[in-house]
Every structure is written in C-alpha cells, then in structure tokens.
Design a protein around this ligand. Structure first.
Ligand code: M6R
Length: 645
C-alpha cells in the first residue's frame, strides 16, 4: 500500500513526480504529497524545501501544485493508503523534521513507532501527525545533528550516513525516500520488505514503488534488493547493502508488458479489463497449448507447454497454495483441479493465517504462492517463512520447492521463488481483480493438466482421452468468452437498477464453483459496498438460510455435472423463503422455470465451468456499482497492492 517516488536530475522534479504518482495511485488514494528541494536564490550551499500535500486523490494535489508550484530538481512524492492515522491532510506524506528542512516519504509500517515516538517526545520533539512514519525524519534529523556536531562535512554523504545509522532502529517493513534542504543535489532511498526500483534516465534517476511509474520514463531499471540503501545524485547511484558494503549490480530492462494502460472507450478500467478476458485467454492458449499432438504418454508429454523446469513436477506428493483475496479463490479452483485431475492432495491457506499457524511439515511438498501483483506482504512473508523452516530440515525430502503464479514476474515474488508462472494478463489498473483472476485460473488448468500427464492414468491421473477433451475445449475458450462478455454486458447493465436498494446478496455454488460464488461476493462487496456472502449451496440449510427473505437476492451458480441437481434443489429451498433467484446456468426448461432471472451460460465440461461462470459475477458487480455512481476503479478503503501486513 502507498506508492512512493523520488527524482533527481536537471529538470523540474514536480511534474515527473506527479506523473509517477499518477501511475501509483492504484496503491492508495487517501492523500498525496510531494517535497522538492530548490537552490535558494544567492545561496552557496543549502537550498529550500517546498512541501505540498492534499487530502483525497492526486487530482487535489495537482491542483495545489498548479496554484502554488514546487520548484527544484530533486524531490520525493507519496500517494497514501491510510494505516496509522485517518486519511487527513495532516497525516499525508511527506513528513518533516522539526526544522522543516528534511522530508521523508514511506511505504510500509514502522512497527516500533510508538516507543520511538515516546523516546523523541521525551527529548522535546513535537509530532504533527498520527502516522508511524513521522518518527523517521526526526530520527534522521537527530542523527544529522550529532554527525554535524562531530564536524562532519554537510554533504550528500552525510545524509546517507545518517539514514544508514537510523535504519537499524526501525522495525517492520518499509520503502522510504529522504530529501534534505542542505543537499539539493542528493537524495537517499532505502527498502526492507517493501518494493523499490530505480529507473535510470538520461542524467536523471527516478525511484518508485512499482514499474508503471517508471515505464514512461525509462526502460532501464535497477530493482533494489531487501535491506539496500542508495544515494542518488545527478552523477550516479551509490548502492549499499544492509551492512553498509558497496554493491555493484547491472541494471535490467523492463519487459514489454509494463506499458501504462489507458481506458480506451470504456467508462472504467474494470469494464475494459473484463472485456479484455477473451484476449487474455487467447494469448494463454497460443502460448501454452500447442497444436493437437499425439495422445499423452510418458514419452511424449504434449498437451500443455508451461515454461517450468521438470524439477517442479518431480517427487511431489502434496501441494499447498498460499494466497489472499481473489488470488485465493483462484487457488481454490486450482486445488479442485489438482486433486480431481491430477490426484494430488492439495490445501489452500490464507497467507495471513499460514504465516502464524503453519501446518506441520510433511515431505515432498510443492508450495505455490499466488499473487497477481507479486507484492502482497502476507503472501511473500508466508512463502519466505515456509522456505526458511524447510531449509532448516536436514532430510532432503523436506527441502523447499516454491512456485509462484503472478502477473508481475519482475516483482518481489519473482525474486523470492525459483520457479515462476507468468500469467501474462497485461497491466490491470482496476482495484477489483478480473482479467488477472482468469489468468490465474488458466495457470492452474495448465498446471493440473501438466501434473496429470506426468502422473499418468492409473496412478491418480485421469484417462488420457478425458484430458485431451478438456484441452480441446480450452482451445475454444477465447471464442466462448467473447460471446459471453458481449451478451452479458448489456444483460447485467439492464438488471443493475433492481439492486438499487439491496443491502445483502447471497452467492451460492458447489464443488468447483463454490470459489466462484465467493469471488462473486467479494467483487460485489469491494466495489458496490453491498454486504454479500459466498456460500457452498449445500451449507445454507445449516444456518444462513435464516437470513433469507424477499429483500435478499440469491445468485446461484448451477452448471450440469456432478452437483447440478443438488444446486437446483438448494436454489428451490431459497425460493421457498421468498428470495429473488438469479441463476448463472445454462438455459433449459428446469432453469428457466426455477430462476426469476437467468444469466445463461453455454454448456462446457463442468471442470472448465469456472472460466465462464465468473464472467456474469464480474459484470453484475460492475454494473451494480456503476449504477450506484460509485468509484468502481478506486473503491473506498482499498488499494490494488497490499504491501502491509
Ligand atoms: O496482488 P494479489 O493477487 O496478491 O492481491 C491479493 C488481494 O489483495 C486481491 O486479490 C484483492 O482481494 C482484490 N482487490 C480483489 O479484487
């Protein structure tokens, strides 16, 4: 959460800082601010600090900048997702030291900020905000005072030294940037368990929390590693590790997928991204499903081509998947596939729970982390913890085997795990995940087929004919999706007004579509603020059915297969309680008679149905929120990338 930028070069910094923040706004939009350092007129050494902040979205800060300006060729910026302190201007970053000459922006959480604050207050420091971050400028200023008193020259190296001395005092995860009016031609950045990348331009450097802020500036980047600190001047980058040793590392190139997205003719990014799903599927099919090959056999594994080392598949007896939010719902569909298709016992955990109550270690485990952003703090920490505890085991059967599934291969996840599946969905701007969810599902279909092929029929894997039929249907997915997105867009738009007064919605699904019911509920909650629950349809009678009456619509996913009749019966039970029934089901006499409203689906193999049933879920949520006039792409209280615990 929160996005930070920092720029140093030979042109005015503020416009580029604001542009960088525009591309980081998905990380938080409670407030924004910048601080620049300009050479004071006639001054020989130090400069002047200019700090602007505004509550709310970046547009408010931009208006303030246009009215007041912020001169200087060196500066830092921040877009905030509130953790400590309300989303008010006084809690907006940058935060300053007591002299108002040193400014800091931070993304993360300083866990020991209370004790540090008390210590500083006891020394006479006055705090102006409720944030954890504000301790940092005061600590750096205190250290600078001591170093200056010891006759150290006032230059960029002194600022670097002071920051390096203060960092060990900070507990938690952070990425931060510091400017000091005394050194208008230098700034310091540092990171610990929060992302930070340096972009190398022509005689200028732009540092940012994420690649979209860099994409229009440069393609040459230097991702900072955990614990690193860097001094940026117009002359170059000095990079140091956590122990203060100088680090030399070559920059890399941003991949082609990092281009900044635009909305095209769509009203919201979310709608555009829903409409991009046929393309997401077509790209995936083209990359990973080679043309019809021979029947799978131990010698000729042919149905799916994933860019993974064979080692990933070897000696896997169990799989555990760690993820949060929508990624976790994709993981639940994945677990169903890995168990039902490949016969591998698979468990899914909330990453935030796994970190503090991991299950006992078992041998031959593949651990999969799923995160579209590759930056979700809980998922990264859970994976790192699993890696560490397995590395301590002497028995090689317990050795860590970690695979990541992400849309951002250059992210922290990409640097943490040795094996990676890139879903290649292209940048997703809407806070509500849509096309990346589909991409994650497809990654799991590929993985489950690949495992099933290797295990072979008879040892837990399915009949090769069945696998082959599934893959053939997957090839037809892009066309089905195209048809479904187009037909349901208008249908869901037409239904949206029916939910104008709705306060609660229940989503029901069973088997492989239970996670899709949960995903439908999550989508509706996050963008329309309507209370919604996703439930396994068969569980309703064990309690939640008490909630139902004519005011609570029930969305029921019913696809032909193992549980079709059961789901229809469960829907019938809801109808008997006067609930308005919306069916996501194929049109047939049974469904047309049962459901008050039908969002019809083409018939596919039940195992593939989540790839289709999710589309009406996304479109229904989108249109309900849009009809209510809500900020669909930037819903309240949320951020696209949750980089705090
Ligand atoms: O980047 P990740 O996939 O790790 O994000 C996990 C969740 O924060 C995310 O899926 C969240 O639930 C979305 N806003 C859902 O639309």
């Amino acid at each position: 959460m929160c996005g930070i930028v920092a720029l140093i070069g030979s042109r005015e910094a503020a416009p580029q800082l604001l542009e960088g923040l525009r591309h980081l706004e998905y990380r938080g939009y409670d407030s924004a601010g910048i601080a620049t350092v300009a050479l004071a007129a006639g001054a020989t050494g130090g400069g002047q600090l200019h700090c602007l902040k505004a509550e709310g979205k970046l547009i408010n800060l931009t208006a303030r900048y246009e009215a007041l300006g912020a001169p200087g060729q060196c500066g830092i910026g921040h877009t905030r997702w509130a953790t400590h302190g309300k989303p008010e201007e006084r809690n907006a970053h940058p935060h300053l030291d007591g002299s108002g000459r040193l400014a800091v922006v931070q993304n993360g959480i300083i866990e020991n900020h209370r004790s540090l604050r008390e210590e500083l207050q006891a020394e006479g420091v006055t705090f102006l905000s409720d944030t954890d971050t504000e301790v940092i400028p005061h600590l750096i200023a205190r250290r600078l005072g001591l170093l200056q008193a010891a006759d150290q020259a006032t230059d960029a190296a002194l600022l670097l030294r002071a920051v390096q001395d203060v960092l060990p005092l900070l507990q938690g995860a952070y990425a931060l940037a510091v400017v000091w009016a005394e050194v208008p031609s230098g700034l310091v950045v540092a990171r610990k368990q929060a992302p930070l990348l340096i972009g190398l331009g022509e005689g200028e450097f732009l540092c940012a929390s994420d690649t979209p802020a860099l994409a229009g500036f440069t393609r040459t980047i230097l991702p900072m590693e955990d614990g690193e600190v860097a001094l940026l001047t117009p002359l170059g980058i000095e990079l140091y590790d956590a122990q203060g040793a100088r680090v030399q590392r070559s920059p890399s190139l941003l991949s082609g997928t990092e281009h900044v997205a635009d909305k095209r003719s769509f009203r919201h990014f979310m709608l555009k991204e829903i409409h991009e799903q046929p393309e997401t599927a077509a790209l995936w099919v083209a990359r990973h499903l080679p043309e019809d090959g021979p029947l799978p056999s131990p010698e000729g594994l042919s149905l799916v081509a994933l860019p993974l080392d064979e080692e990933v598949y070897e000696n896997v007896e169990r799989i555990q998947i760690l993820a949060c939010g929508t990624s976790r719902h994709a993981a639940q569909v994945g677990a169903h596939l890995l168990e039902q298709l490949a016969g591998i016992p698979t468990s899914v955990y909330y990453a935030s729970e796994f970190r503090y109550s991991p299950p006992p270690l078992v041998p031959h485990m593949l651990t999969i982390g799923v995160t579209q952003s590759g930056e979700t703090a809980d998922t990264l920490a859970a994976l790192a913890m699993e890696q560490e505890r397995r590395q301590l085991m002497a028995d090689p059967a317990f050795a860590p085997k970690l695979l990541g599934i992400t849309n951002r291969p250059e992210s922290s996840l990409g640097r943490l795990v040795p094996h990676l599946l890139d879903i290649g969905a292209g940048i997703e701007v809407g806070v509500a995940a849509t096309k990346t969810f589909l991409g994650q599902l497809l990654a799991f279909y590929g993985l489950a087929v690949a495992f099933a092929e290797r295990r072979g029929h008879g040892s837990g894997g399915p009949d090769p004919q069945r696998l082959r039929a599934l893959v053939a249907e997957l090839r037809g997915l892009p066309a089905l999706l195209q048809q479904l997105v187009e037909s349901h867009d208008q249908r869901c738009a037409d239904l949206a007004h029916l939910f104008a007064e709705t306060q609660d919605v229940i989503f029901l699904g069973r088997g492989i579509n239970y996670p899709i019911a949960m995903e439908g509920a999550l989508k509706l909650k996050e963008i329309s603020y309507i209370h919604a629950e996703g439930y396994p349809a068969g569980e309703m009678k064990h309690g939640p059915i008490a909630l139902l009456d004519a005011r609570v619509p029930v969305v029921s996913i019913a696809v032909p297969g193992t549980v079709f009749e059961k789901v229809l019966s469960n829907a019938q039970e809801a109808k008997a309680r006067d609930a308005q029934l919306i069916g996501v089901a194929p049109a047939c006499p049974d469904t047309e008679q049962l459901f008050d409203l039908l969002l019809p689906l083409p018939e596919v193999d039940e195992l593939l149905s989540p790839l289709l049933t999710v589309i009406p879920m996304q479109l229904l949520s989108y249109h309900i929120a849009a009809h209510r006039g809500l900020d669909v792409d930037q819903p309240r209280n949320l951020a696209k990338s949750v980089t705090v615990e």
